[in-house]
Design a protein around this ligand. Structure first.
Ligand SMILES: Nc1ncnc2c1ncn2[C@@H]1O[C@H](COP(=O)(O)OP(=O)(O)OP(=O)(O)O)[C@@H](O)[C@H]1O
Ligand SMILES: [Mg+2]
Length: 369
């Protein structure tokens, strides 16, 4: 039996998903490309915009934060800011976050037009003679309702309207297989340095996992079977986040059964929850009405949209436009499949189906409602 103060973790906090790791290997070329693009900022020139993309859990956010921290050491003329677009899902919300960062107070939430708020941001940057480098993390969440285009357009054209202002954008796209494009008006001013984050190779995953094990656990706690199982689950999902979460959960499982080592079975049991990590994270970002609609879809299995809308409307009182927007949004974030957006479909019966197992969706909804 492990005593209360006995634990397998020597440094459990390195297994928290928001932990910025000291050891961050296998992304040198991407970080180099980013630093190169930011370099003009050190000479008060406008940095080159970047488009960072790759599948979930391939180190994009971490790489950007590492680069920011590194470049910060060399200059106080640049403000580096990362905004999570899942949390700040409109142009107004993102610019409010920027304002908050610069002014150290929250802007009023109502009664201020976007333009006024944006002007304040620009004026601050010009008066302080500072460059803003803004990382728009998970910008894919802003595509469905056109917010991404609106936001990018405002940021990238700012210097035309307000000469002298220096801003650059690092757009981070978590690529879940849905094609995305910016409006041509944005495309013509964006012209980014594109930086790809491919899935890690198996030996890279092994190296990263071994390192995390070394920091997180006491020696010899993780059996080699458990370690191999974690590596192969990362290989399977392509997502390091799953591996780190697995280490934490399997460690807790081993502690629960008072074992001094983590076994293969501890990892297997942990995977039941870790595999739902993305789904739950995705669902957590939905509003109440959005969750209601997802629940209907999960319970109904391949619902015809007419019936679906009727039930949704009865429950929420919301109209068809909002209903359609929510379906689109959930389609883009890979929660549901819909045959809405195809052309030449008039008169056809349309269906919406969940991408994940209904029971998994309901499990995550239960946790996040
Ligand atoms: N090369 C690496 N070395 C060490 N840890 C890594 C490495 N790459 C990723 N990680 C870890 O994996 C987790 C996921 O990384 P990160 O959040 O940067 O992925 P991401 O590409 O931004 O994913 P998403 O598209 O889902 O936002 C983090 O906890 C991070 O510490
Ligand atoms: Mg990320």
């Amino acid at each position: 039996m492990l005593l209360w103060d006995e634990t397998l973790f020597s440094n459990g906090e390195v297994l928290e998903l928001d932990h910025l790791p000291d050891h961050f290997a296998h992304r040198d070329s991407q970080m180099q490309a980013m630093k190169f693009s930011l370099k003009p900022a050190l000479r008060s020139m406008r940095p080159v915009n970047c488009l960072v993309k790759g599948p979930p859990g391939t180190g994009k956010t971490t790489a950007v934060m590492k680069v920011f921290n590194e470049v910060k050491e060399y200059t106080d003329k640049v403000i580096f800011l990362k905004v999570n677009c899942q949390m700040e899902p409109t142009r107004f919300a993102v610019v409010s976050r920027i304002y908050e960062e610069l002014a150290h107070i929250k802007p009023p939430t109502s009664g201020v037009a976007f333009r006024r708020l944006f002007e304040k941001v620009v004026k601050y940057l010009i008066d302080a003679d500072k460059t803003l480098v803004i990382a728009l993390d998970d910008i894919n969440y802003l595509f469905p309702e056109g917010h991404a285009d609106e936001l990018m357009y405002s940021l990238l054209r700012a210097h035309e309207q307000y000469p002298g202002v220096r801003m650059s954008v690092i757009a981070i796209i978590s690529d879940v297989g849905i094609p995305y494009t910016f409006d041509p008006r944005v495309g013509s001013v964006f012209l980014p340095e594109e930086i790809e984050f491919p899935r890690y190779e198996t030996d890279e995953i092994g190296d990263i996992i071994d390192n995390r094990i070394r920091y997180a656990f006491y020696q010899d706690v993780v059996s080699s079977e458990a370690r191999d199982a974690v590596v192969s689950y990362v290989d399977l999902t392509g997502d390091l986040r799953v591996g780190i979460d697995l280490l934490k959960r399997s460690g807790l499982n081993a502690e629960r059964r008072a074992s001094r080592t983590i076994s293969f079975e501890d990892v297997e049991r942990a995977y039941e929850s870790s595999r739902l990590l993305h789904l739950c994270r995705n669902i957590r970002s939905l509003s109440g009405h959005e969750k209601t609609l997802l629940e209907l879809i999960a319970k109904g299995n391949s619902l015809q949209t007419g019936e679906l809308y009727k039930t949704f409307h009865e429950l929420t009182g919301l109209g068809y436009t909002r209903f359609y927007e929510i379906i689109e949004k959930m389609h883009v974030s890979r929660l549901v499949d819909s045959d809405f957006s195809g052309k030449g479909m008039r008169g056809r019966t349309r269906y919406v189906t969940p991408v994940y197992d209904s029971s998994d969706i309901l499990k995550c909804l239960e946790k996040t409602f």
